[in-house]
Design a protein around this ligand. Structure first.
Ligand SMILES: *Cc1c(COP(=O)(O)O)cnc(C)c1O
Ligand SMILES: [Zn+2]
Length: 414
C-alpha cells in the first residue's frame, strides 16, 4: 500500500485527489505528492530496504505507486564510487560519483519514467508520451515497449543521432519537432489537454514522475552507510531532479532512516549556452529569464525551466552554489572523468564535473567535504561532442616494424 495522502499545490497548499493533474486550478502552482510520513515511519526500516529488490523499488514506501506491479526494466541502485583519482586532480579528499550511466537506457531518466508509467498504468492511462531533450524519450519508449503500451515521444529534431536511434528502435512513435525543447514542451502541454487518456510523463503525470528522482538521494545515503553527504552537485535542465534530491534527503530523516538531520549543501550545474538558473543565482534575482539554448549539452537545453525557481531556492537555502561552464570545458571534463575514473559520461556529466571544478576553485565546494557528483547520462549517446578531440593514437600498417617505430618514438617522448 502506498502512503500517498493527496496531491498538494506547492504554492497555496490546496489539496487534490490522486489523479493525472499537475497544476493548481486556483493559483496555477505546480502540484506535488504529499505523504503520511508517520505511517511510513512505522512501516519502513533499513533492514526492510536492504532486503528489497536492487532497484528504486526497494524504497516503494516513499514512492507514489500502489501494489507491486511496477513498470521497470530494473532501474536504479546504480554504483556509488569513491573517486580517488579525480578527487586528487580536483583537490577533494572525499569525492564520490553516483554513476547513473549504467541505468537500463543509460540515464537517470529511467528512475522518473519507471515511477510515472507505473502510476499511469494504475490510473488507467493507455498511451505513454513525453516532451524530451533525448534521454526521456529513450526511456519512455523502452519502458512502454516492455509494458506493451503505445508511445508517442516528442523531441527537438536537432538531437544527437544516438538518442534518436536508441529511441526509435523500441517501436513507438518518435515525433521530431522543428524547434527547441521549449517549443516541444508547449506543444505537449496543448496535446495533454486534448488527449486525457495519454500519460505525458513530464506534463500531466509530472507530480509522480518527479518523485522518481528522490531515489538519487535515498541510494546515496544508503550506499554511504545511512549517512547524508555534505555537498552534492547536480546538473540542471528543468530543475526537477535537483529539488527532488533535496526532498529525498529530508524525507529519510523524517521517517527515521537517518539519525541526524541532514544539512546537504546542494549546488547546480548548467552549460553557459543555456544557463537561465545559474544566471539568476549569480545576479541575485528570483526571476528566471528564459533563454534560447545553444550548447552541446542538449539533455540540459531547457531555456524556460519548469522547476527553475524551486531549484534556485534550494541552492540558496542549502548554501550551495551554481556554475555555468563553456562547451569546451564540458568536453575537457568528459575526458578528465574518463581518464581518471573510467566512466564515460554524456555532455551533462561533463557539465557536472566542469562545474564541480569551478566550485572548488571558488571555494564553494570545500576540500574536506564529503561530495557526491551526480553523473546522470551515458557518453555513448553524445559521441558527436567528441568527434574533434578523440580518435586513434596512431594509424599504422599491420607490420611489427610500423608498430615498433611509433612505440619507440612514443617512449622517447616520455
Ligand atoms: C534530463 C536530464 C538532466 C536534467 O534533469 P532535470 O530534472 O530536467 O533538471 C540531467 N542529466 C541528464 C543526463 C538528463 O537527461
Ligand atoms: Zn495553488
Amino acid at each position: 500500500m502506498a502512503f500517498v495522502q493527496s496531491l498538494k499545490c506547492r504554492e497555496c497548499h490546496k489539496t487534490y485527489p490522486i489523479e493525472a493533474l499537475h497544476v493548481c486550478e486556483y493559483c496555477f502552482g505546480p502540484l506535488e505528492v504529499a505523504y503520511d510520513y508517520e505511517a511510513i515511519a512505522k512501516s519502513i526500516s533499513r533492514e526492510k530496504i536492504e532486503h528489497g529488490p536492487a532497484t528504486i523499488w526497494r524504497y516503494a514506501d516513499l514512492l507514489p505507486v500502489e501494489g507491486t506491479d511496477y513498470v521497470s526494466l530494473g532501474v536504479g541502485y546504480t554504483p556509488l564510487v569513491k573517486a580517488e583519482n579525480l578527487g586528487k586532480e580536483l583537490g577533494l579528499s572525499d569525492l564520490w560519483l553516483k554513476n547513473d550511466t549504467v541505468n537500463p537506457t543509460g540515464s537517470f531518466k529511467d528512475r522518473v519514467v519507471s515511477v510515472a508509467l507505473s502510476k499511469a498504468r494504475e490510473l488507467g492511462l493507455k498511451v505513454a508520451a513525453c516532451a524530451s531533450t533525448g534521454n526521456l524519450a529513450n526511456s519512455v519508449a523502452a519502458h512502454a515497449a516492455w509494458a506493451g503500451m503505445e508511445s508517442y515521444v516528442f523531441i527537438p529534431a536537432n538531437l544527437e543521432q544516438a538518442k534518436i536511434i536508441c529511441t526509435s528502435i523500441f517501436g513507438g512513435n518518435v515525433i521530431a519537432i522543428d524547434g527547441n525543447y521549449d517549443d516541444v514542451n508547449r506543444l505537449c502541454a496543448e496535446l495533454a489537454s486534448e488527449e486525457p487518456t495519454w500519460a505525458f510523463v513530464n506534463v500531466n503525470v509530472r507530480a509522480y514522475y518527479s518523485e522518481g528522482s528522490k531515489t538519487l538521494a535515498y541510494e546515496v545515503a544508503e550506499q554511504l552507510g545511512w549517512q547524508a553527504p555534505d555537498h552534492v552537485v547536480v546538473p540542471v535542465g528543468s530543475g526537477s531532479q535537483l529539488t527532488k534530491i533535496h526532498k529525498g534527503f529530508n524525507e529519510l530523516y523524517k521517517v527515521g532512516l537517518l539519525e541526524e538531520e541532514p544539512h546537504v549543501r546542494i549546488s547546480g550545474a548548467q552549460a553557459a549556452g543555456c544557463s537561465p538558473v545559474a544566471t539568476a543565482f549569480q545576479s541575485g534575482h528570483d526571476y528566471i529569464k528564459p533563454v534560447k539554448p545553444d550548447t552541446i549539452a542538449k539533455s540540459l537545453a531547457i531555456g524556460n525551466p519548469a522547476d527553475g525557481f524551486y531549484a534556485l531556492d534550494v541552492v540558496r537555502k542549502t548554501g550551495g552554489g551554481f556554475g555555468s561552464v563553456t562547451d569546451q570545458e564540458v568536453v575537457e571534463a568528459m575526458g578528465l572523468l574518463a581518464r581518471t575514473e573510467g566512466i564515460f559520461a554524456e555532455t551533462a556529466g561533463g557539465v557536472t564535473i566542469a562545474t564541480l571544478a569551478r566550485l572548488v576553485n571558488e571555494g564553494v565546494v570545500r576540500p574536506e567535504e564529503k561530495v557526491v557528483a551526480y553523473i546522470t547520462g551515458n557518453g555513448l549517446k553524445t559521441v558527436e561532442a567528441l568527434a574533434d578531440t578523440e580518435g586513434p593514437t596512431y594509424v599504422i600498417q599491420p607490420t611489427l616494424e610500423a608498430f615498433k617505430k611509433v612505440y619507440e618514438s612514443q617512449r622517447s617522448h616520455q
